[in-house]
Design a protein around this ligand. Structure first.
Ligand SMILES: [Zn+2]
Length: 107
């Protein structure tokens, strides 16, 4: 396991996780404060992190994350709020990071 990204917010962490997964890199989000809070333990001091399972994927992961961060600056589409759970999602999300409801289902 190796940490490849520390996010400012949980939605961004899940977005990076989705990018890695879509490139066949096995990854997971840690310090998911929202989910921890549901368990009754408030976690406010920990930023969400993205970890990869195979350290051999690190270089590709770093490259994908860098591309994602560069592309973020030119995104024109607005964020959207999930119709099911109300969470805000980045425009490029196909599904809600929180409840996996497809964006197309919320139109
Ligand atoms: Zn949702």
């Amino acid at each position: 396991m190796k940490r490849v990204f520390t996010a400012d917010n949980i939605a961004l962490a899940w977005h990076v996780n989705n990018i890695l997964q879509s490139n066949s890199i096995k990854a997971e989000v840690r310090n998911d404060s929202l989910h921890s809070a549901q368990g009754g333990i408030p976690v406010t001091e920990c930023n969400p992190e993205v970890w990869i399972f195979n350290e051999a994927d690190e270089q590709l992961a770093a490259q994908l994350i860098e591309e994602q961060q560069n592309s973020n600056q030119t995104i024109q589409k607005p964020d959207w709020n999930c119709a099911k759970c109300g969470e805000q999602n980045f425009a490029q999300f196909e599904i809600c990071w929180n409840c996996q409801t497809a964006h197309s289902e919320t139109d």
